[in-house]
Design a protein around this ligand. Structure first.
Ligand SMILES: NC(=O)c1ccc[n+]([C@@H]2O[C@H](COP(=O)([O-])OP(=O)(O)OC[C@H]3O[C@@H](n4cnc5c(N)ncnc54)[C@H](O)[C@@H]3O)[C@@H](O)[C@H]2O)c1
Length: 351
């Protein structure tokens, strides 16, 4: 079904403020989920609202939010998120990286004691919008085994890169280091659908197309085998290891309601204007894009895309039509509306 993005967003903001979040922070978290749904990354859209609310109620996500700077040099900083919502910590981390980059050409900001921050693209795009290159990583609870292993040891840590362009949308690569993120497995389960082969294995390490088998003690598979596994290890080094926060097996699952998570983020901003003229950079990006877009296509292929292009196309379309939502996700939101006493009415635009 297609739902009204404005009404769901209002519900989301009101739910968070009812739980003690400031209006600004409620808007930050809501905007990130809305952006995910607009971009067709439903695994990180309003599907996550109920789990965030559950974790706030348990004090695993701290409200009101608090983010402090623990260490800062000319080009580096470490922020402490004090277990606030990951989106709030993530935004402040990229803002700090960009502030450092504005002053010194390059800025690296990391954050500890954070939570799940949603889509990594959101923060990388903050940099691209300011004519900077943005690089973003986060760690997550372990979801993947080592190559040949049968126990979860490393997260499918998301990474994103964004670059401005001379005209049109930025170029943005935003990906999980598993073949599919956990959210897509949860989304397939919510839809009652099978998952493609290669997305995950069951608890014995056997390939499966049943999302429940992956979620029940099974594992996600790394993208590109040992290469994706290696990138996940380095994303962990740049986040959990570097910040002195939880890493690998010490991070509890977001869906295991027993304790707080202490997620960390790594964000790098490079102020392009201090390195190369905007005109030269823009022209070179334009040429690169045309080499890709105008290259010979395989039979049956209509279009060739730059990273992020598909998501921008979806975003434009969904802003017009509304966002797609599964019936059971909407039912969960109605349940939340009853629990919190926050109104959610007449949101379905198309069944
Ligand atoms: N916060 C977290 O803990 C966490 C963990 C994992 C993933 N995530 C998020 O999950 C989301 C989904 O990740 P994913 O790996 O499933 O993404 P995906 O596989 O849908 O896309 C990955 C990238 O490939 C590009 N792409 C896709 N098809 C293309 C084509 N035909 N030509 C050129 N480029 C193409 C996309 O633009 C995108 O940049 C991301 O937003 C990620 O940040 C978050």
């Amino acid at each position: 079904m297609i739902v009204d993005a404005a009404k769901i967003s209002r519900f989301s903001r009101e739910s968070f403020t009812k739980l003690g979040m400031s209006e600004e922070d409620a808007d930050t978290v809501t905007t990130t989920m809305l952006e995910a749904d607009y971009r067709g990354i439903h695994s990180h859209g309003f599907l996550r609202l109920p789990i965030y609310v559950k974790r706030i109620k348990k004090n695993f996500i701290q409200v009101p939010s608090k983010v402090t700077v623990e260490m800062e040099t000319e080009a580096m900083a470490l922020l402490d998120g004090h277990y606030s919502a990951g989106q709030v910590v993530g935004k402040k981390t990229m803002e700090k990286a960009m502030e450092l980059a504005r002053n010194h050409g390059i800025g690296m900001a990391t954050a500890k004691h954070s939570n799940h921050f949603g889509i990594a693209a959101h923060y990388a795009l903050m940099a691209a919008e300011q004519n900077m290159l943005g690089i973003v990583m986060s760690n997550v609870e372990p979801l993947m085994p080592a190559i040949g292993g049968a126990e979860k040891v490393i997260g499918n840590n998301p990474i994103a890169f964004a670059s401005p362009t001379a005209e049109g949308d930025p170029i943005v690569l935003d990906m999980a280091l598993s073949n599919a993120p956990l959210g897509k497995i949860l989304f397939a389960q919510a839809q009652g659908k099978e998952i493609p082969k290669g997305w995950g294995v069951d608890k014995n390490g056997e390939a499966t197309t049943d999302p429940a088998q992956v979620l029940d003690g099974g594992f996600l598979s790394p993208v590109a085998g040992p290469k994706g596994f290696g990138l996940a290890i380095f994303a962990e080094i740049l986040t959990g290891i570097l910040t002195g926060s939880q890493f690998s097996k010490s991070i509890p699952s977001m869906y295991d309601m027993k304790e707080k998570q202490s997620i960390s983020h790594f964000m790098l901003a490079i102020d392009l204007s201090q390195f190369v003229s905007g005109e030269e950079y823009g022209n070179r990006i334009k040429t690169l894009t045309s080499f890709v877009k105008e290259s010979k296509k395989a039979p049956g292929v209509d279009d060739l895309y730059m990273p992020g292009e598909i998501e921008f196309e979806r975003e434009r379309k969904n802003k017009e039509s509304g966002i797609a939502m599964e019936e059971n996700v909407l039912q969960e939101l109605y349940q939340l509306s009853d629990e919190l006493g926050v109104s959610l009415k007449e949101v379905v635009l198309q069944d």
